[in-house]
Write a protein that binds this ligand. Structure first.
Ligand code: GLY
Length: 395
């Protein structure tokens, strides 16, 4: 097997925002780092909307995950500022707040319940009447029946984030290898590196598996070491707001529309992202039905969207773990660390995941806030819902 490089301190499999941010933070701590990905930032990180909305996307039963989500949201402004400094590029972070709105009376009841839940957990959100919602966002339909204003839920332009992370990695000395990993290499006791699709062997003291939906497709990964990460398809649209209509929307708008939910994310540069469908599917085909559903619901909330140019339709695969929470930490295979399964919150959880894994790589410890989300929770059978490991693979 050909070997062209000296061993790295850390080798990261997967160059999405999670892998790139880990590599950057580890390199800042003085480690030599290699990232391997044939197309860095082109998977779920490219498809995402970049909502940083732990309060408005709160789900029942996810109180423990909320702590992690809030921790990462709290880190974002400083993380983005440091990234901009390190890369010399904009990160696309926008502290704009979020307005969650309801269409009909049933949707309003759903949001009222969410508001009560948020209040029980001590989260800051304010109930607004229809008129108050439209005062904040004049393009909203008069049919909107009320809403919740969450001033601390923001956004980042995920595509600018990828570009900035790549630049910061390169400036920090990270080697970004644009090739496919053919195999995880292990010896009798531990992970020792990877073999690439051209036969090159890369060795490292520690390997980080940050391959999102591709996690379980990695040849050489011993069974049961990382839980099954399943693909959850999302279709998403990108529109452009012409200068004459700006700002159109000034903050994220989440909508509950006839029982379904969707969102509109307006960028400072005039892009308007509308997402996202959610299906337990493993393809990235954009369907007419998906586009119809998104435009139909967006039009109910913001009728003026039909005037805007539709510039892109896209589909990506969210990486979902058996309990839909991330998998971050040392695995049962010495030398192999997991940072995957971020499901709907990969962009949000980037700062906390990156710092935690960088700390694990350098000091061998993880911060308390990340400890509940290690891969060993599945091996112990306390979070897998009884599903065997490796039950679902991402083809
Ligand atoms: N976080 C939004 C989504 O997954 O659609």
């Amino acid at each position: 097997m050909a070997s062209t490089s000296p061993p790295a301190d850390a080798l990261v499999i997967g160059g999405g925002v999670i892998g790139l941010a880990i590599a950057w933070r580890a390199a800042v701590r003085g480690l030599s780092v290699t990232v391997v990905d044939p197309a860095p930032g082109r998977g779920a990180s490219h498809a995402a909307a970049g909502m940083l909305t732990p309060v408005s996307e709160l789900q029942y039963g996810e109180e423990a995950l909320l702590r992690l989500n809030m921790d990462s949201a709290d880190r974002y402004a400083a993380f983005a500022a440091e990234l901009e400094e390190a890369s010399g590029l904009p990160s696309g972070y926008r502290a704009c707040g979020t307005l969650a709105v309801a269409l009909d009376a049933d949707d309003r009841a759903v949001l009222k319940e969410l508001h009560a839940f948020q209040e029980r957990l001590g989260l800051a959100s304010t109930w607004l009447t229809s008129r108050e919602c439209r005062r904040l966002e004049p393009m909203l339909s008069p049919a909107v029946s009320g809403g919740l204003h969450v001033e601390a839920d923001h956004q980042i332009d995920n595509r600018r984030l990828v570009v900035a992370l790549l630049a910061a990695c390169e400036r920090a000395g990270v080697a970004v290898v644009r090739r496919r990993v053919a195999e995880l290499v292990t010896d009798a006791e531990r992970a020792t590196g990877v073999r690439l699709d051209d036969g090159t062997a890369l060795t490292a003291a520690q390997v980080v598996l940050a391959a999102g939906c591709e996690t379980n497709r990695l040849p050489g990964l011993p069974p049961g070491v990382v839980p099954a990460i399943r693909p959850v398809k999302g279709e998403i649209l990108r529109l452009r707001v012409p200068e004459a209509y700006a700002p159109f929307l000034s903050r994220n708008v989440r909508g509950v529309v006839k029982g379904g939910s969707m969102y509109l994310v307006p960028r400072a540069d005039g892009e308007l992202v509308i997402g996202a469908t959610e299906h337990e599917l493993d393809d990235t085909v954009v369907t007419a039905g998906g586009v119809y559903e998104l435009l139909r619901d967006a039009h109910e909330l913001v009728p003026g969207i039909t005037e805007l140019p539709l510039v892109e339709t896209h589909a990506g695969l969210r990486p979902g773990s058996p309990d839909n929470a991330p998998v971050i930490g040392a695995t049962a295979l010495p030398g192999l660390i997991a940072a995957t399964g971020h499901y709907r919150h990969g962009i949000l959880l980037t700062p906390v995941t990156a710092e935690a894994v960088a700390e694990l790589l350098t000091d061998g410890t993880v911060p308390d806030v990340v400890r509940p989300w290690g891969p060993l929770r599945f091996a112990l059978g306390d979070a897998s819902g009884g599903r065997p490991l490796q039950e679902v693979s991402c083809a």
